[in-house]
Design a protein around this ligand. Structure first.
Ligand code: NAP
Ligand code: FER
Length: 337
């Protein structure tokens, strides 16, 4: 049997997690217990929410234990099933440790069926980020035909899908992202109406030039980008707070000019949401997203970092905008490829 490698949380980070946060350990390949499968992991998802799990304290997710493994969504191949209800060679998706091999109860594994698409899409456009965009656009902000919609984090896993879904609903979508290359991808390839590079341009000025106010705002980042958008909300605007990555490495939310008085005047509706709240409709959302991709109406990109040992760098890259589309870590190649 080969050896296994697995990342553990060495300490709780202060700010952006440094190398001392992550401890790569050599361990045994685990044996599947009754009802469990041994899975060889192929792709690991690194996600902004993982920063929250590294801190102690209450959140929407349980904090990880110091000394314990790091976890994330991953796709893998079943190596051995001990009555788990899967066969060797089946491709599955579930929450796994950041590792090369792991065991999991069959009941907690989901079969991967991405049709003609690569299995990695089960972690991106057809997985949690795609579904987050789907429900955030269709159920939370609900843009309609003559709306101007703004998406922050627009070239990321969630934002790139959310913006395209907004365009499909007929809205004029303006994407805010951190480089000219990203903005060009949004407008030239994905069909966004316009894009703003927040690293180079004044978001408030550019937004005022591009639109007559904002009717729907899909917020992935918070911070200064959101400070620039809120004063331009129109009457009855809808705002979906999906994430606030600009603040995730901070121990407290910075204060500044407060934007809430404007909500009285606009009667804007601001709603936070969690993708998990829509779990009963996950299958339907994934099927619909798959149809949109297959039909050429929805495009996606993945940024793939090779090697489990590079997972910390891939994770940190999310906070520096190094990813375009979904950030993944390739742990091993699928057997057939
Ligand atoms: P992602 O957008 O693929 O990656 C993060 C992106 O955020 C980076 O590529 C970077 O792009 C941007 N960013 C990083 N720091 C920033 C800053 N200080 N200011 C502005 N932009 C910054 O990640 P994702 O997985 O799709 O997640 C996007 C957001 O959705 C996150 O906030 C995440 O927590 C949230 N989320 C929420 C749910 C839910 O259920 N509510 C589910 C999934 C994800 P730039 O180059 O543009 O800076
Ligand atoms: C995120 C990914 C997932 C996030 C929240 C979730 C706020 C929540 C998922 C759920 O529990 O439904 O990046 O950031």
């Amino acid at each position: 049997m080969p050896t296994n490698r697995r990342y553990h949380l060495a300490k709780r980070p202060d700010g952006l997690p440094d190398d001392d946060t992550f401890d790569l350990r050599e361990t045994e390949v685990p044996e599947p217990g009754p009802g469990e499968a041994l899975v060889r992991l192929l792709y690991l998802s690194v996600d902004p929410y993982m920063r929250d799990r590294m801190r102690a304290g209450e959140s929407y997710a349980e904090p990880w234990d110091v000394g314990g493994p790091l976890y994330g969504g991953a796709v893998g191949e079943v190596v051995e099933s001990n009555g788990a209800g899967f066969d060797a060679g089946d491709t599955v998706v579930a929450e796994f440790p950041w590792a090369e091999y792991a065991t999991k109860r069959g009941a907690d594994l989901t079969p991967v069926d991405t049709g003609a698409l690569p299995v990695s899409t089960a972690l991106g456009v057809l997985g949690m980020p795609g579904r987050t965009a789907y429900f955030g656009v269709r159920d939370v902000i609900e843009p309609s035909g003559d709306d101007t919609m703004v998406v922050s984090g627009a070239a990321g896993a969630v934002g790139s899908v959310a913006g395209q879904l907004g365009e499909l609903q007929g809205a004029d979508v303006i994407g805010v992202a951190g480089s000219d290359e990203k903005v060009d991808w949004l407008t030239d390839d994905l069909g966004f109406t316009a894009g703003i590079n927040y690293q180079e341009e004044d978001v408030a000025d550019r937004l005022a030039e591009l639109a007559d106010g904002v009717d729907a705002y899909y917020d992935n980042v918070g911070g200064p980008v959101t400070d620039a958008v809120f004063p331009q909300l129109n009457v009855d605007a809808s705002v979906g707070i999906c994430g606030q990555i600009a603040l995730y490495n901070d121990e407290s939310v910075p204060t500044g000019p407060r934007k809430l008085p404007g909500l009285v005047q606009t009667r804007a509706r601001v709603e936070g949401f969690l993708v998990g709240d829509f779990a009963p409709r996950f299958e339907q959302a994934t099927a619909h997203l798959g149809e949109l991709v297959a039909g050429g109406d929805l495009q996606y990109r993945e940024t793939v970092t090779e090697g489990l040992e590079n997972a910390p760098d891939a994770f940190r890259g999310l906070f520096a905008g190094e990813n375009v589309g979904k950030q993944l870590v390739e742990i091993a190649a699928p057997a057939e490829e």
